[in-house]
Design a protein around this ligand. Structure first.
Ligand code: ADP
Length: 150
């Protein structure tokens, strides 16, 4: 017996868990798409956050539900307003990578007060989005830790 209590073991297990294996599929949208079409995508893909890419599929921005709501209460025509006008843009995007510790990504979600973080890979001339970690993924880990505590 190690002499460690189960809380200690749980914490040690959690501190070793990395993003890879716990991420969801990212939903990407081209920066030239209209706000109207982005709203339709939020419903059809059933996600809260869209990751915005350029024509090379490189990450250029993030679009949240509230970004879309804000644009919708303005006086603009949503079907002709491109999302790159209203998105949060690079380099102000909080990102993570596959080998990052999940606990560190959870802290980023809290500190930046956001719902989702893109899992990225640095490509030759830009950033590729390969996954998505949301508060739901973290909640799933929280539940899973109590289920197989062997
Ligand atoms: P909502 O705005 O729907 O509550 P969030 O809390 O995730 O959703 O987003 C808050 C703001 O932060 C939005 O303006 C959004 O564009 C921005 N944002 C969301 N995710 C990120 C991220 N990973 N990096 C930087 N900014 C983000």
């Amino acid at each position: 017996h190690t002499g460690k209590n189960s809380n200690h073991l749980l914490a040690e297990k959690l501190k070793k868990m990395v993003v890879e294996g716990y991420e969801s599929t990212p939903v990407l949208i081209n920066e030239n798409v209209s706000v109207y079409d982005a709203i339709v995508t939020v419903f059809s893909e059933d996600v809260g956050t869209l990751f915005v890419t350029d024509s090379n599929s490189h990450l250029v921005g993030v679009l949240s539900r509230k970004d879309l709501l804000r644009a919708s209460i303005g006086q603009q025509k949503l079907s002709t307003l491109p999302i790159n006008i209203i998105m949060t843009r690079m380099p102000n995007i909080t990102t993570c990578q596959k080998n990052d510790l999940l606990i560190d990504v959870a802290k980023k979600l809290i500190n930046a007060q956001i719902d989702a973080i893109p899992v990225i890979e640095e490509a030759a001339n830009g950033i590729k989005v390969v996954g998505r970690i949301t508060k739901t993924n973290i909640t799933r880990v929280f539940v899973e830790l109590t289920e197989n505590d062997g």
